[in-house]
Design a protein around this ligand. Structure first.
Ligand code: GLU
Length: 309
């Protein structure tokens, strides 16, 4: 069994960045949200954070990007911390095998989304967090600011407005679930919360740090507990099985870590007890995952032997 010391993270990151720089195929930035389409697919950044807050990085690891669906991990954790297992009566925890914004399963599964990481499931989680806090997006932003120790993290009003203008499908999902009684807030209010949630801008360094509570088995940066050890395990497990759209099987096969991607080109990943990672490169494959991001995480676990398997 290979063991790696923390001091070896930096050379590993440097090696991965130079390998990625030599790879021509980078995918295409998401274009269904026009504000994301202009990012350069050759951008690449990667960060590793240790549970004590030490961060290593390479490339564009301090460059802010649109977090998008990565935020679904944090709203899930924030809601699970408040309501516990009752949440699972309103959203499942099985991979969907369908695209992240699919409507098909919802009808024959009576308005209960398959998991918290497809859009329908994330809308349910945000709705429930909003009912409990009165400001789900604000609660999320404050959590990310605190865990990353970066008070400058903020919403991107242009991205949120762009999503709202192109948000018919998310609106359809929310209205459809409301017809089954699985949404508590007025749909326009929920959509506003959800689009602002997805618009938060953060860097690889910020997100690797913000994810460390999952490597610390539920303990926040200030030492207080957000999730029980068992709940942290649950969130990691749902990330592993459902975190990378309908390519979660391939991601588990290649990377072997709980991970969550977003269409902004970021991916977070957790090595429980050891470290967290965030990689960003805006070019996506046809499933919506960052091409260089998955390749970099694949190389990380191969080079270090750090995976959950
Ligand atoms: N805001 C995006 C949407 O709802 C998130 C998509 C994603 O990153 O998966 O379409």
């Amino acid at each position: 069994m290979m063991t790696i010391m923390s001091s070896q993270f930096q050379p590993v990151l440097d090696r991965i960045a130079s390998e990625i720089a030599g790879t021509p195929a980078r995918g295409r930035p998401a274009d269904y949200i026009p504000a994301l389409a202009s990012r350069d697919p050759r951008s690449f950044g990667m960060a590793v954070a240790e549970p004590d807050g030490t961060v290593y990085g390479v490339g564009d690891w301090r460059e802010p990007f649109s977090t998008q669906s990565i935020t679904k991990v944090f709203t899930l954790a924030l809601d699970l911390a408040r309501e516990g297992a009752e949440l699972w009566e309103h959203v499942g925890r099985e991979p969907s095998g369908n695209p992240f914004n699919s409507l098909i399963q919802l009808e024959y599964e009576n308005g209960i989304p398959r998991n918290p990481f497809i859009n329908a499931g994330a809308l349910v989680v945000t709705d429930r967090l909003h009912s409990r806090t009165g400001d789900a997006a604000g609660e999320l932003l404050r959590f990310l600011q605190a865990e990353s120790d970066n008070p400058r993290l903020s919403f991107d009003a242009e991205v949120a407005a762009s999503e709202a203008r192109h948000g018919d499908r998310n609106a359809a999902l929310a209205h459809f679930m409301a017809s089954y009684g699985n949404i508590g807030n007025p749909v326009p209010e929920l959509l506003d919360q959800y689009f602002r949630q997805c618009s938060i801008t953060a860097s690889c360094a910020d997100l690797a740090l913000a994810t460390t509570f999952l490597a610390r088995h539920g303990i926040r940066a200030d030492g207080t507990r957000l999730l029980s050890r068992s709940q942290a395990k649950q969130v990691n497990a749902v990330m592993l099985t459902c975190g990378t759209y309908d390519a979660a099987g391939d991601f588990a096969y290649r990377v072997g870590l709980p991970g969550k991607s977003g269409v902004g080109g970021g991916i977070i990943a957790v090595v429980p007890g050891r470290c967290t990672l965030c990689v960003w490169s805006p070019g996506l494959d046809e499933r919506g995952n960052s091409v260089a991001g998955v390749a970099a995480l694949d190389r990380f676990t191969t080079l270090t032997g750090l995976s959950v398997f």
